[in-house]
Design a protein around this ligand. Structure first.
Ligand code: TRP
Length: 343
């Protein structure tokens, strides 16, 4: 007997948010975007990926930039082959039920729980370190960030939420808030679980530290070919001459190579290192490898940016599919809390 045959199959709902700030870099691509896009190729999944543009307002109050970032990030995911048939791809701000749900959740979420959120605590700490009032520059948006995120997740009763390590606490808070709501109003929400991929590659940046915008050591994902080459040439290496054996395992060039290469290519490059490949040559090959993977997506990306109405149409379709779930669910929740017609 197959392990699936005895009971109804309970399918998971996978959901993840993509913050629409900043320019995606190779580290984001290898660590988060590529695996999520690969996952979107599977049929028969129940998955929601969305542009977290309400979250963007917490960090960015430049309307032009907010708008531009949404477009660029949507274009990035589409250009890289996100399968929008298998995944519901939408913009958070197209789903008014999310902010409605957020209010319900605000009314059950403990303030004390939010006080413990890392992002908020870091801001308070920075204020204290610099002798400012502890609330200086802290908005209610930042403080309630985890409640908005809980609304994103609970709106679609997501069970699996793929996130980076830094987001685990937020998923735990969403669980906690869901439990409180369920306790008060009955079982409405599934309890979400964070999915953190321990094997996911953490790419090194130009200086050998983790590639991160905050270190200023990134290689932008869709920089033009020439820029990409320039960036790769800036990767830090040691002073070993051509012909001198080099240690692949401490080399950023090799580490990035591995994130783009097949197993065979990785082995071959390992041998090249042992045989003393020149740094210039290794970088040239690295550039070609990355360029091969990104050339076509970059062309599609540039095409998409010239044709925003195509992106808009896809997002509208996604919103329609998302609202087919959120509208009836929100009606049910309104009733559950006591907000419904008097007649
Ligand atoms: N806060 C997440 C991040 O910065 C993005 C996000 C917003 C999210 N809402 C979400 C992720 C809901 C998962 C589920 O990465």
């Amino acid at each position: 007997m197959s392990q699936y045959s005895s009971k109804a199959v309970v399918t998971d709902t996978v959901l993840t948010g993509i913050t629409t700030t900043g320019t995606p870099h190779l580290g984001n691509y290898v660590g988060a975007i590529r695996p999520a896009i690969d996952a979107s190729q599977k049929t028969g999944i129940n998955a929601y990926y969305f542009l977290a543009d309400y979250h963007a307002l917490i960090k960015c109050q430049d309307p032009g930039m907010v708008h531009q970032s949404s477009m660029e990030i949507a274009a990035t995911w589409l250009a890289l082959g996100l399968n929008t048939d298998n995944v519901v791809f939408y913009r958070q701000s197209d789903i008014p039920e999310i902010t409605q749900l957020m209010w319900f959740l605000n009314c059950v979420a403990a303030k004390g729980l939010m006080n413990r959120a890392h992002a908020y605590k870091d801001s308070v700490q920075k204020n204290q370190d610099s002798g400012e009032d502890q609330d200086f520059g802290i908005t209610m948006g930042l403080f309630s960030y985890p409640v908005l995120m809980a609304a994103d997740i609970l709106m679609f009763n997501a069970t699996k939420v793929p996130v980076g390590r830094d987001q685990i606490q937020h998923i735990e808070m969403a669980r906690d808030i869901a439990q409180r709501f369920n306790h008060v109003y009955g079982e409405h929400f599934a309890l979400p679980e964070a999915i953190v991929d321990d094997y996911v590659a953490v790419l090194q940046g130009l200086d050998g530290r983790k590639m991160s915008k905050s270190y200023g050591n990134t290689i932008p994902l869709f920089s033009p070919e020439k820029q990409l080459k320039k960036h790769i040439n800036k990767i830090k290496t040691n002073l070993l001459e051509p012909g001198e054996p080099k240690d692949p395992d401490t080399s950023t060039v090799f580490q990035i190579w591995r994130a783009f290469a097949s197993e065979e290519q990785t082995l071959a490059m390992r041998r090249e290192f042992e045989n003393g490949i020149a740094w210039g040559e290794a970088k040239k090959q690295l550039f070609e490898l990355i360029e091969t993977e990104l050339r076509e997506p970059r062309e599609r990306y540039n095409e998409l940016l010239k044709n925003p109405s195509h992106i808009e149409n896809l997002l509208n379709e996604g919103a329609e599919r998302a609202r087919a779930a959120s509208t009836p669910f929100m009606a049910k929740l309104n009733r559950a809390v006591g907000l419904y017609s008097l007649s």
